[in-house]
Design a protein around this ligand. Sequence first.
Ligand SMILES: Nc1ncnc2c1ncn2[C@@H]1O[C@H](COP(=O)(O)OP(=O)(O)OP(=O)(O)O)[C@@H](O)[C@H]1O
Length: 331
Amino acid sequence: MAVIRLEGLTKDYGEVLANDDVSFEVERGEIFGYLGPNGAGKTTTIRTLLGFISPTSGTGQLLGHDITDESALLEAKRRLGYLPDNPAFDETATGQEVLDLHASIKGDERSGELLELFDPPLEREVREYSHGNVRKLGLVTTFMHDPDLVILDEPTSGLDPLMQQRFAEFLRAERDRGMTVFFSSHVLSEVRRLCDRVGIIRNGRLVTVEPVASLLDRSGKVVRIRATESLSPSAFDLEGVHELEMSETTVTDDSSADDTAVTECTFTFTGDVNALLERLGPSHLLDLSIEEAPLEDVFMRFYGGDSESTDATDATDRPQAATDSEVSNDA
Ligand SMILES: Nc1ncnc2c1ncn2[C@@H]1O[C@H](COP(=O)(O)OP(=O)(O)OP(=O)(O)O)[C@@H](O)[C@H]1O
């Protein structure tokens, strides 16, 4: 059974169509990343899922309960942990008082082990907390009652690298115990490190839902070559070579004082690496590196690089909004 199910979720704020016909399912025991640039519509989906705002149209279920049925949703929330992007704790309470309050409402099976991992300064008042410490306190309150499903809005923002690492290990262990995790992010490397599947939203529309592994497969590799001879672009006339850039420089050999031509090439490669090596066989290479493409590039290439208009579709622009077929052509 799907732990989260959305069908045709649409949220129209009047000025902005923040979610436009969004449908996806998240299965039990998976970590699902909800990825998109600022203003894409991620928080709107989360807030609608949690019943904080009503959808303009569409339906959804959370842990099997209808998201528009308040009492059914209350039942679901007992088994849910939620970390908003800006957790609003009582500023005058100490961390311990915040935990005591949460424990009295929803239970406290796991706060001991969570405090060992995330360790916010419990004796201090929340108003004295740094952003990172608020986040750590938020992680404890989100997981302390051992929920079946957690929904996290930008969970690692403000956490230092050590805490991010600890959080990643913790999340994977919870997933292996059967917990379902849905989290939003615009940090691509984080999504890649943590998620089983990813849904990408842009301008309020879901562009793709797919396993992270297949996203990476499609993203290809970045190949960099340095060769001591003039390579012709036709040497790279090979299936899977994209965005080829070549330049030639002259390097003076210190020992002989002779000038040598060095060709440098960079391209993204989605083809068979053996075919590439075969093609390069006769060339005299100085250097060859084949690395995973940065996800930022993947994002730009497959999902559109229009950084000027990352906000959800403005109502006045709706006729220009990407259609499903345009999106699949891009991808
Ligand atoms: N209450 C509201 N009234 C009007 N417009 C809103 C409201 N809340 C959000 N929006 C608009 O809806 C669009 C989607 O916003 P949303 O917060 O869902 O995006 P997001 O992907 O979570 O962004 P971010 O990564 O910056 O948090 C934005 O254009 C935003 O300005």
